[in-house]
Design a protein around this ligand. Sequence first.
Ligand code: PGA
Length: 248
Amino acid sequence: MRRKIVAGNWKMNTNYEEASRLAESLRSAAADGVQVIVCPPFLWLSLVKNKLENTNIETGAQNCSDHVKGAFTGEVSAEMLASAGIGYVILGHSERRSMFGETDQLVLQKSLQALQAGLQVILCVGETLEERQAGKLHEVIAHQTLHVLKNTPESYANSIILAYEPVWAIGTGLTATPEQAQEAHAFIRTLIAEAYGKETSETMPILYGGSCNATNAKTLFSCNDIDGGLIGGASLKAEDFNAIIHSF
Ligand code: PGA
C-alpha cells in the first residue's frame, strides 16, 4: 500500500492575516488515511505549523538552499527548516527551474541537503508543451528524475515523493487527462525501479500537479499510479482543498 498524499503549494501568496485564517480553516481538513501537507511561504511556516498543532497535517517549505550554512544572504537551509519542525520541502518545481535557472544538478544538491537534514523531499518533474509536442516527454522526465534518484543513496528512498507536474498544466486551467497523467506516472514508476528496484518503485508515492481541483481530483486519484496531488491555486481556498483531500 502506498501513502496517499495531498500537498498544498501556496507559492508566493497570502499575507500574515490571510495565512493565519487559511491555516485555521484547514484544521478540520484532515481525512483518515491521507497525509496532508501545507507548504506556505517561508515566513509563515512557523505560524502555520502552530495553527495546525494537534492535527496530523504537516508543513512543508517550497524551497531550500543547496548549502549547509554560511554567507548566503537571503537563503534558508534545510537544517533551519528541520530545526523548526518542518517535515517536507518541495524541490525542482518548474517555476524554480524556469524563473530561477535551477538545473537538475542544483535540484540534486538541494535534495541531498534536505534529505541529510531529515526532511522529506517532494521532487517535481514535468515537461513543457513544446517538449511534449516534440515527443520528448519521456526523455525530459527521465533526465529530471534519474539525475536526482541515481545520485541519491537508496537509504533515503523512503523520504522521497515524486510529483509529476506537466508545465503546460500548471496554473493554466488545462489539466492532463487521466490517461496522460497515468501514462506519465507509470513511466516515472519504471524510472524509480531503474534507480532503486521494483519493490521501492511500488512504494514511492507519485503525486499529480497541474490545475488539479475539486472537480477533477477524484478521476485523477482513481488512476493506478496516481497517489495524490500537489495543489497550487486550489490549495488557497480551504473548501476546495478540503474537497480534494476527500476525493480519494
Ligand atoms: P496549480 O499549481 O494547481 O495552480 O496548477 C500546481 C503547482 O504548481 O504545484
